[in-house]
Ligand binder design. Structure first.
Ligand code: HEM
Length: 105
C-alpha cells in the first residue's frame, strides 16, 4: 500500500523550504519542529494540546516523524496541516552552511 501523503492545502507557507539542519535546531519545547513525508511542521503551539501527550512530540523534536504521521487517524492527519510551515529541502539548495555547521551528505 502506498504511504499516505500529508495534505499541504492547509499549509500557511506551502513554498517555504527548510533543510534538516534548520529543523534540528528546533528541538526544544520552546520551539519544536519535526518532519514527515517531506513537509516541515512547527508543533510548538500544539505541544500542550496533543492527545498523545507531550513526550511523544518531544521525542521527535528536531527530527523525523514519518511513521508517526502514518498511524494517525484521517482527521488527525488533516490537523497536521495546520502546523505545516513548508517543505523539507536538500542542504545544498542553500548558498551558505548554517551557523551550526551542519552538513548532510
Ligand atoms: C502536527 C503533529 C501532530 C498532530 C496534529 C497530532 C494529532 C493527534 C491527534 C488528533 C490524536 C488523537 C488520535 C487520532 O485522531 O489519531 C493523536 C494521537 C496520538 N499521537 Fe499525535 N499528533 C501529531 C504528532 C505526533 C507525533 C510526532 C507523535 C509521535 C509519536 C504522535 C503520537 C501520538 C500518539 C501515541 C497518539 C495516541 C494517543 C492515544 O490514543 O492514546 N503524534 N495525535
Amino acid at each position: 500500500m502506498a504511504a499516505l501523503k500529508p495534505p499541504t492545502s492547509g499549509s500557511k507557507h506551502p513554498l517555504a523550504v527548510y533543510t534538516i539542519c534548520d529543523v534540528r535546531q528546533h528541538n526544544l519545547a520552546s520551539s519544536l519542529w519535526l518532519t514527515a513525508h517531506g513537509r516541515v511542521y512547527d508543533v510548538t503551539p500544539f505541544l500542550p494540546l496533543h492527545p498523545g501527550g507531550t513526550r511523544s512530540l518531544l521525542r521527535h523534536a528536531g527530527g523525523d516523524a514519518d511513521t508517526d504521521f502514518d498511524f494517525h487517524s484521517d482527521s488527525a492527519q488533516r490537523q497536521w496541516a495546520q502546523y505545516d510551515i513548508g517543505q523539507l529541502g536538500p542542504c545544498e539548495a542553500r548558498p551558505k552552511v548554517g551557523r551550526s555547521g551542519c552538513v548532510i551528505m
